[in-house]
Design a binder for this molecule. Structure first.
Ligand SMILES: C[S@@+](CC[C@H](N)C(=O)[O-])C[C@H]1O[C@@H](n2cnc3c(N)ncnc32)[C@H](O)[C@@H]1O
Length: 151
């Protein structure tokens, strides 16, 4: 699994420190790689050139996307896992958002999803924190761990 972000080479922020907390918790459940791309184009090229046996499944984070409950999101991830998806990529866009081309290409891919975290716009660094917490939460739901009931 990859958590991708489009961001410049700025210094690590408090958002990154928080995301790291959930990334380490998530790593208990699944191998996860956090990667930053310099631009949307670089990200799309990497996805197109991915060398896994099956094409990567891409979940693009965008306010124009589909809203899911945490349980539905867990169901989506569980479905991908059970369907043998080798490489699931979650990607937060740049500060000025994804282009329509990127949104259309993710939405049109097999198993792809454009995911909205809600109707309000978040800074991209905060959207990444919310994303990794929700992916972690999803794995606890799938494992029947009590985290979801108490947090
Ligand atoms: C500041 S937002 C981009 C705002 C841009 N004006 C737009 O409407 O797409 C930067 C990135 O954070 C993520 N993001 C922010 N709010 C979001 C939300 N409510 N749902 C999903 N992703 C969100 C998306 O990946 C987005 O590309």
């Amino acid at each position: 699994m990859m958590i991708a972000a489009i961001a410049g080479r700025g210094r690590a922020t408090a958002f990154d420190a928080l995301a790291d907390v959930y990334l380490s918790r998530l790593a208990v459940y699944t191998p996860v790689e956090a990667k930053t791309f310099r631009s949307e184009e670089a990200f799309l090229e990497a996805v197109a050139g991915g060398r896994t046996r099956t094409a990567p499944r891409v979940v693009l984070l965008d306010g124009r996307g589909k809203m899911l409950s945490s349980a539905e999101f867990a169901g989506f991830i569980g479905g991908q896992r059970d369907g043998g998806a080798q490489n699931l990529i979650f990607a937060v866009g740049p500060a000025d958002g994804w282009s329509q081309v990127a949104v259309d290409s993710a939405g049109g891919r097999a198993g792809g999803l454009v995911l909205s975290l809600g109707a309000m716009t978040l800074p991209h660094e905060l959207a990444r924190v919310v994303l990794v917490e929700q992916v972690y939460r999803a794995f606890t739901i799938l494992a029947n761990h009590p985290y979801h009931g108490g947090h």
